[in-house]
Design a protein around this ligand. Structure first.
Ligand code: AMP
Ligand code: FE
Ligand code: FE
Ligand code: ZN
Length: 288
């Protein structure tokens, strides 16, 4: 995966999730796993919430590794008449910044509204009645999303895996799919920058390549970094994104996007590592 493998006992994984959104382990457990993987630094980047960060920070201080606090916002654009997801990571945002906190709260409220619509569609379109309270219990206090619905579908025996739940019901074009309320990438970049944070484009390899042509415009709108390494990027994509980073003056980053472990699947944390000098370059962009 990596052109020049960093020493296995070091490096940083800057993209992971916890029970504060759709990960399966608590922030404390995520940090413990980072330590076991021998990481020097770990990013916790839950969807639309900073709720996992205080516990992650305490655990990291105890474990003697660096927590890189983050958040992941889901924006979208239209490319060739198609809606394309643009996920934006924001590192080191001011956790007391009122406009960003309000944006995150609104995004979480939108997730709640969407959950009701997903359940209604599953019932009217497929005759599947999911218990909303059960989905909420699976999400706990975390930002609720499709993965929680997927786990409820597995629990109820409708499908046997989360992947099958997405394929049959929750992916775009499927009967239980409800898009998120739109958020322009520029709004995500600005909200993160104004909160003193560093916006980074997440997993560009998951976007259709036609969307990469928007990178110069995004850079002009305030984007500062690009997630070059990701567990779903091919080696060829890593090289392509490194070139984009160099050409546009974006800092390269990387992370596993670990949500697990989940049944039958080991956790991805530490399987994508970036050298610590990439992290140093990213840190320099933080508002002092
Ligand atoms: P949401 O933010 O509620 O739309 O859910 C998006 C999340 O669902 C992503 O961050 C992934 O964690 C997960 N996800 C998306 N597509 C799939 C898939 N095909 N299989 C499993 N998980 C997926
Ligand atoms: Fe997720
Ligand atoms: Fe993402
Ligand atoms: Zn993610």
């Amino acid at each position: 995966m990596t052109p020049v493998p960093p020493r296995p006992e070091t490096g940083a994984d800057l993209h992971t999730h916890t029970t504060a959104s759709d990960g399966t382990v608590t922030p404390e457990e995520r940090v413990r796993m980072a330590r076991e993987a021998g990481l020097a630094a770990v990013g916790v980047t839950d969807h639309d919430t900073l709720d996992g960060l205080p516990a992650a920070r305490r655990a990291a201080a105890e474990a003697g590794l660096e927590l890189v606090p983050g958040v992941e916002l889901s924006a979208e654009v239209e490319v060739g008449g198609r809606r394309v997801d643009v996920h934006v990571l924001g590192y080191w945002v001011d956790e007391g910044d009122a406009p960003l906190m309000e944006l995150l709260a609104e995004r979480r409220r939108a997730r709640e509204r969407r959950l009701a619509r997903i359940l209604a569609r599953l019932e009217s379109g497929c005759g599947i009645v999911l218990d909303e309270a059960r989905v909420r219990a699976i999400a706990g206090r975390g930002a609720v999303g499709r993965p929680h619905v997927a786990r409820a579908l597995v629990e109820q025996g409708v499908v046997s895996t989360v992947a099958e739940a997405f394929e049959r019901f929750l992916a775009p074009g499927r009967p239980g799919y409800v898009p998120r309320e739109p958020l322009p990438p520029a709004r995500a970049f600005a909200a993160i920058r104004e909160a003193g944070g560093v916006p980074v484009l997440a997993h560009p390899g998951l976007m259709p390549s036609a969307a990469w042509q928007l990178l110069p415009a995004w850079k002009d709108q305030g984007l500062l970094g690009i997630e070059v390494r990701h567990s779903q990027h091919t080696e060829a994509q890593v090289e392509t994104f490194l070139r984009w980073a160099e050409d546009l003056g974006l800092v390269p980053t990387g992370g596993s996007d670990c949500h697990g472990p989940s049944p039958g699947q080991p956790a991805l944390i530490g399987q994508v590592r970036i050298p610590l000098d990439w992290l140093d370059r990213l840190r320099e962009l933080r508002r002092p």
